[in-house]
Design a binder for this molecule. Structure first.
Ligand SMILES: Cc1cc2nc3c(=O)[nH]c(=O)nc-3n(C[C@H](O)[C@H](O)[C@H](O)COP(=O)(O)OP(=O)(O)OC[C@H]3O[C@@H](n4cnc5c(N)ncnc54)[C@H](O)[C@@H]3O)c2cc1C
Length: 463
């Protein structure tokens, strides 16, 4: 592809305007000199939503206290400051440890983007569009980005911050069901419209299931709620912040089995000292990435096969009040947790028959009015149903990450092509780096990756 001087030309094109893309734009605007040109490309009109912060419903809370959600590592109170500005200085201490409404986080990122934009000498454009392909331009060293609208743009560097897509419902027969009978857990408004008497089957028992149950509860739902999952593990609660006095670094030199044993032992020690087990996870949290990277390939595989379900419910915890609400619904019998694998779904008169194979080879049949798909995100790059990723994989500009999850990147976040070469002009931010980093989805990781990508690509543009 040869140079076309008439195309809009940018130093950095940020692809995706969810939290990861907006954090990258905030840092790029902060770091850029006058004359730098930055574009943010996102098909959704409102920025900083993605899946997590698109909810407009107050019952959906952050899973992390406000004091850990700042967009800036060096200004840890920034999100708290934003909330305090509308809720009052007297509430500061309570706000810092509370689990804010998720929609407020989107408001925060949009506000900080606006501030960064007005304080920056750089040129900044938001394009409401979707990137469908990237090519290298002969001679100029620039990238050429193809957009869904049919236009193209040139850029010296690009940031892939495209997040993940939900997995389709893993059941035979789903395509034959009437429209509206299978809902996506992330279609928050459709979940709100479920009639209060409806009997519901939620496939999946993670954080998306929790969102659905909270919306049903906020609507005074009266129908039965079946939660179906292969391991029947529900997310566990946070407790008051506490740090256990064990040396988490010692875990790094241990093989997987020994690490797990050491963590369990540390949890027992903590309890003997009157501390919750959560204190041990808090102590280990800053090391999660290193814990993953220091496992051998085979041990990582063993982790994915045998440990991940247990790890996830301990690591990705929920607000204590949300956990208490789930327990109350379970105790009342309205919410029933089933351990089994979803097999088929079929129309049965006006209802849906859900067939499940249970662990003990028994089968379970449920007749329900709605199914909610809360099976989470697709981690395998080839199945993500994102045309841009298909394009990059198809052209050999990208390859799947280790274990086939996400896409491959080097330590600094540069994309790695099918031949194993780093592509310094393309940086990756967010969950696509899961195969290399494992811990690559929450805000503390995103803001660090965003800042590194912005700094590196601005330097790359000046070369
Ligand atoms: C329900 C839920 C709750 C969460 N709660 C928390 C929490 O409390 N604390 C926390 O730290 N983390 C939380 N997370 C993690 C969360 O994923 C991240 O904080 C963050 O939302 C991820 O942002 P992202 O930009 O990487 O991806 P996404 O939010 O998925 O955004 C990706 C964006 O890219 C756009 N896009 C995709 N393809 C293209 C393309 N080809 N061209 C242009 N644009 C494209 C999409 O439209 C989308 O807007 C939560 C996640 C979920 C799902």
């Amino acid at each position: 592809m040869t140079a076309d001087q008439s195309l809009a030309d940018f130093d950095i094109a940020i692809i995706g305007g969810g939290a990861g893309g907006v954090l990258t734009a905030i840092h790029a605007l902060r770091l850029a000199d006058a004359g730098a040109r930055i574009a943010l490309i996102e098909p959704v009109a409102r920025l900083a939503q993605g899946v997590a912060y698109a909810t407009t419903h107050g019952e959906h809370l952050l899973n992390v206290p406000a004091r850990r959600m700042s967009a800036y590592k060096d200004r840890p109170d920034d999100f708290v400051d934003f909330l305090v500005a509308s809720e009052g200085e007297d509430a500061r201490d309570a706000i810092a440890v509370a689990y804010a409404e998720r929609r407020r986080y989107g408001d925060y990122l949009r506000d900080r983007l606006q501030l960064a934009r007005s304080g920056s000498a750089a040129h900044f454009e938001v394009l409401q569009d979707r990137v469908t392909g990237i090519d290298g331009e002969e001679g100029s060293g620039r990238l050429r980005l193809q957009l869904e609208s049919g236009t193209e743009l040139r850029a010296r560097g690009a940031v892939l911050a495209v997040g993940n897509n939900p997995k389709p419902l893993p059941a035979r027969g789903a395509a034959g069901l009437p429209a509206g009978s299978v809902l996506e857990a992330w279609d928050f408004d459709a979940i709100k419209r479920i009639p209060a008497e409806a009997e519901i089957c939620i496939a999946g028992s993670g954080l998306s299931m929790v969102d659905t149950v909270l919306s049903l509860a906020a609507n005074d739902h009266r129908g039965r709620i079946h939660v179906l999952s292969r391991h029947a593990l529900l997310p566990l609660p946070h407790t008051k912040h506490a740090v256990a006095g064990f040396e988490a670094e010692t875990l790094l030199a241990m093989p997987l089995r020994q690490r797990m044993r050491a963590l369990r032992e540390a949890a027992r020690d903590a309890e003997r000292q009157g501390l919750p087990w959560q204190a041990v996870m808090e102590t280990a949290r800053p090391l999660v990435r290193e814990l993953w990277c220091t496992l051998s390939y085979d041990e990582q595989r063993r982790f994915l096969r045998h440990v991940v379900r247990y790890w996830d419910v301990h690591r990705h915890r929920i607000a204590p009040q949300v956990h208490a609400q789930l327990e109350t619904l379970q105790a009342s019998g309205q919410l029933r947790l089933h351990r089994g694998r979803l097999q088929t779904v079929a129309r049965e008169g006006t209802r849906i028959r859900v067939s499940v194979s249970m662990r003990d080879r028994r089968s379970l049949e449920l007749d329900v009015d709605r199914i909610v798909n809360a099976t989470g995100v697709e981690m395998r790059a080839q199945l993500m149903r994102n045309p841009l990723l298909s394009d990059l994989l198809g052209k050999g500009f990208a390859r799947p990450g280790p274990h086939g999850i996400g896409i491959d990147t080097c330590a600094e976040g540069e994309l790695v092509d099918a031949q194993g070469r780093n592509l310094p002009a393309i940086a990756v931010v967010g969950s696509l780096r899961i195969g290399r980093l494992w811990e690559s989805i929450a805000v503390p990781e995103l803001r660090g990756q965003a800042e590194t990508a912005a700094r590196r690509l601005l330097a790359h543009a000046r070369e």
